[in-house]
Ligand binder design. Structure first.
Ligand SMILES: Cc1cc2nc3c(=O)[nH]c(=O)nc-3n(C[C@H](O)[C@H](O)[C@H](O)COP(=O)(O)OP(=O)(O)OC[C@H]3O[C@@H](n4cnc5c(N)ncnc54)[C@H](O)[C@@H]3O)c2cc1C
Length: 475
C-alpha cells in the first residue's frame, strides 16, 4: 500500500478566484484546503461553533466525548492523506493504524470467540486461515464462506444492477446461513454501511469487502484516533485552514443562495451577503436540497437517514481486558456491536477507572429508547460479554444519538447520489453522501472534496478568470 499522495505541499497563491465553502465537516474542511492551496481565496461557513460536522467531540465534565466512535481503514487513502495534511497521521501519535488487521470477536450467547486476523499472503489468501478457524461458526458454514467471498469479488460496485439488489439476499443465494450472516458478514457490513444486510445495497457492500478485504492484503488494517476527534477536525483543522489563509466563519448559518451570492446569519443574528465565483455546498443532502437554487433536480433529498447510537459507560476499573480483548472488541448475539476503550483518548486518567464507548449501528429499533433503559440494557450486555465487568461499578452512563448518522445506504441509493456539478453555474456539491462510490464515511467526505475542488478549479480555469491548477486524484 503506497503512502497517500498529498497534493498540497506546494501552495500556490493568488491564482484562483473567490470561493465560499458551506459546511465545516470533513468534506468542507478538505474542500477549503484544496482550493486555498490552488490559489483560491476561500471563506468556510459553518453553522455550529465547532468544525468537524458528524465527526466531532464535546465536553462532558472531565470527559471529552466523541459523538460516535470513528474508525478508518488502511485503504482510506484520501482520509489518511487528509490526516497527514492536518499533522494527525499515525506517525504523530494522534491516530493509530494496525500493522496487521486483527479483530477479536466474542458471542454474548455462548462466550465463543474468534479472531479475524490476516497474515501476509496475497489477498484473498491472507484471510483463509482466519476464516478456516473462525470459532463463531460451525465447520459447515466456514466451508461455504469462500464461495460467497469470490462471488462478491466478482460483483462490480459501480453496477446499477448490483445497486438494485440487497446484500442479504445475495449472501443467502451464495449459501450463507443465518449464523454466517449474523456472526461474520454483518459484523463488517453493518458497521461500515450502517444498515442491516437485507436492506443494504449490494453495490456498496461489494465496495467495502472488495476494497477492504478481498483485493489487497492490508486494505482493512484498522485505524482510529488516539485523541478526541475534535482535536483533529476542529483544532488542527482550523490551524491548517488558517495557515492556508482560509477565513472561517463559525456559528454562521447559510440561509439561502442566489446563484453564487450567499446569504448568511451570524451568531448575533446579523444577515450579510457573501459574493463568490464558486460556492461549494458541503452540507448534508437534505440541507443541500433546500439551499440549492432551482431548477437543479434534488432526487438526492430521498437518500434518507440511518441512526447510530453510542452508549458510554465509565467503570471503576478496567473491564476490557487489554491482553485478551485489546483496545476494542466486536461482539455478536448482542445489540452491543463494537466496544472501544476510550479511557486515554478522552483525556481520563486510568487505570483503575476505564471508559468504554459501545457502538450500535443501524440503530433504528433502539434509536427512540430512553437513555436510562439503554444504559441499563448495555450494562447487562457488557456484564455478559466481559467477565471483568461483572463485579465492576458503573460510575457514569450516558448515550449519544445521531439520528442522521449516515444516509440510508439501501438498495437503489447509488442511483440517487449526484456528482459535484450542479445545473446552477458556479455552484458545486461535496459531502460524504455525493457520488464517490464509497459508503458515507470520512473517506467519502475527503474524496467528495477532491471531486468538487477539481471541478471548481477546472471550470474556473475554463471560464478564463482563474488560473488555478487542476487537482489530481489523491488528497
Ligand atoms: C456516530 C457516527 C459514527 C460514525 N462512524 C464512522 C466511522 O467509523 N468511520 C467513518 O469513516 N465514518 C463514520 N461516520 C460517518 C462520518 O462521520 C461522515 O461520513 C462524515 O463525517 C461526513 O462528513 P461531511 O463533511 O460530508 O458531512 P457533515 O459532517 O455532516 O458536515 C456538514 C456540515 O455542514 C454544516 N451545515 C449544515 N447546514 C448548514 C448551513 N445552513 N450553513 C452552514 N453550515 C451548515 C453542519 O453543521 C456540518 O458541520 C460516523 C458518523 C456518525 C454520526
Amino acid at each position: 500500500m503506497s503512502t497517500p499522495q498529498t497534493q498540497m505541499e506546494t501552495p500556490m497563491t493568488g491564482a484562483g478566484g473567490e470561493a465560499v465553502v458551506v459546511g465545516g465537516g470533513v468534506a468542507g474542511i478538505a474542500t477549503a484546503l484544496i482550493l486555498a492551496e490552488r490559489g483560491w481565496k476561500v471563506t468556510l461557513v459553518e453553522a455550529r461553533p465547532r468544525l468537524g460536522g458528524r465527526a466531532t467531540s464535546y465536553q462532558r465534565g472531565e470527559l471529552t466525548v466523541d459523538n460516535g466512535q470513528h474508525v478508518f481503514l488502511r485503504c482510506c487513502t484520501a482520509y489518511r492523506g487528509f490526516l497527514d495534511r492536518l499533522g494527525a497521521g499515525p506517525d504523530t501519535g494522534m491516530t493509530f493504524l494496525q500493522d496487521r488487521l486483527d479483530i477479536p470477536l466474542r458471542s454474548a450467547a455462548d462466550g465463543s470467540e474468534a479472531r479475524l486476523r490476516r497474515n501476509r499472503l496475497p489477498a484473498p489468501l491472507h484471510l483463509a486461515a482466519a476464516l478456516g478457524g473462525y470459532g463463531l461458526l460451525p465447520l459447515r458454514d466456514r466451508a461455504r464462506l469462500g464461495g460467497a467471498a469470490l462471488a462478491l469479488r466478482r460483483t462490480d460496485p459501480a453496477s446499477p444492477h448490483a445497486d438494485a439488489q440487497g446484500f442479504g439476499p445475495f449472501l443467502r443465494k451464495h449459501g450463507q446461513s443465518k449464523a454466517a450472516v449474523d456472526r461474520l458478514w454483518s459484523v463488517i457490513s453493518t458497521a461500515t454501511l450502517n444498515i442491516e444486510p437485507d436492506e443494504a445495497s449490494l453495490a456498496l457492500a461489494a465496495k467495502v469487502f472488495r476494497t477492504g478485504l478481498l483485493e489487497t492484503t492490508d486494505g482493512a488494517d484498522l485505524g482510529y484516533a488516539l485523541v478526541p476527534l475534535g482535536k483533529i477536525h476542529d483544532e488542527m483543522g482550523r490551524a491548517a485552514l488558517g495557515k492556508n489563509g482560509v477565513t472561517v466563519l463559525d456559528s454562521t448559518k447559510v440561509e439561502q443562495l442566489d446563484g453564487t451570492r450567499v446569504t448568511v446569519t451570524d451568531r448575533a443574528g446579523e444577515r450579510t451577503e457573501l459574493a463568490a465565483d464558486a460556492v461549494v455546498l458541503a452540507v448534508p443532502h437534505d440541507v443541500a436540497a433546500t439551499l440549492l437554487p432551482q431548477p437543479h433536480p434534488t432526487d438526492f433529498a430521498h437518500l434518507g437517514h440511518s441512526p447510530i447510537l453510542n452508549i458510554h459507560l465509565r467503570y471503576d476499573r478496567t473491564v476490557l481486558d487489554p491482553v485478551l480483548d485489546g483496545p476494542f472488541l466486536a461482539a455478536v448475539d448482542t445489540p452491543a456491536q463494537w466496544i472501544f476503550d476510550r479511557t486515554a483518548a478522552s483525556g481520563l486518567d486510568g487505570p483503575p477507572g476505564s471508559y468504554l464507548a459501545i457502538t450500535v449501528s443501524a440503530a433504528d429499533k433502539l434509536a427512540g429508547t430512553p437513555a436510562k433503559e439503554l444504559t441499563a440494557l448495555f450494562e447487562a450486555e457488557l456484564a455478559t460479554l466481559l467477565p471483568q465487568a461483572r463485579g465492576a461499578r458503573v460510575e457514569e452512563a450516558f448515550v449519544t444519538r445521531e439520528q442522521h448518522a449516515t444516509f440510508r445506504q439501501a438498495r437503489g441509493s447509488a442511483a440517487l447520489r449526484p456528482g459535484p456539478g450542479t445545473a446552477v453555474p458556479g455552484v458545486y456539491l461535496a459531502g460524504a453522501w455525493t457520488d464517490t462510490g464509497w459508503p458515507d464515511t470520512m473517506e467519502s467526505a475527503v474524496r467528495s472534496a477532491i471531486n468538487a475542488a477539481t471541478l471548481v478549479v477546472r471550470e474556473g480555469a475554463a471560464a478564463g478568470g482563474h488560473q488555478g491548477r487542476t487537482t489530481t486524484g489523491e488528497y
